[in-house]
Design a protein around this ligand. Structure first.
Ligand SMILES: [Zn+2]
Ligand SMILES: [Zn+2]
Length: 139
């Protein structure tokens, strides 16, 4: 009787080990496929910087100086133009000198789009003739 229960325990432990091994195996496979699923959208899908929504189809594209920005709708594009620095994580450039260190206090609005400058002198140059300054970005 004693030997039998010991054997039963041994068998139980053996079975547990097998199911454990299967379980951890299955686990590693599923975490592998999870990794692929997570990595995929970041390559193909695009998200609106304003709403954070996934952009379906071609979306609405606006070229802000040297940066091409894509939105889910025209409403988001409008919000962006009013406050580009809020949505451009990499920072906004001074359209006159090209510096990335712009002063959020020195700005101007041209054609509904806000621009940022490093100094008052760059801002003055821009306001003298915005078309000439913006021309080099319209290629
Ligand atoms: Zn939108
Ligand atoms: Zn400047």
């Amino acid at each position: 009787m004693k030997t039998f229960s010991l054997l039963a325990i041994l068998i139980a432990v053996f079975i547990l080990n097998i199911s454990n091994a299967t379980f951890s195996n299955g686990n590693s496979i599923s975490s592998d496929s999870n990794y692929i699923e997570q990595a995929d959208p970041s390559v193909t899908a695009e998200y609106c910087p304003v709403s954070g929504e996934k952009i379906e189809g071609s979306g609405v594209v606006f070229n802000y100086l040297d940066t091409k920005v894509k939105f889910c709708c025209e409403g988001c594009e409008k919000s962006f133009k009013k406050n580009p620095s809020k949505y451009l994580k990499a920072g906004v450039i001074d359209p006159v000198c090209g510096m990335t260190e712009t002063n959020s206090e020195i700005t101007t609005v041209n054609d509904g789009v806000k621009y940022y400058f490093c100094s008052e002198s760059c801002k003055n140059k821009f306001e003298k003739d915005p078309t000439v300054v913006l021309e080099k970005y319209n290629k």
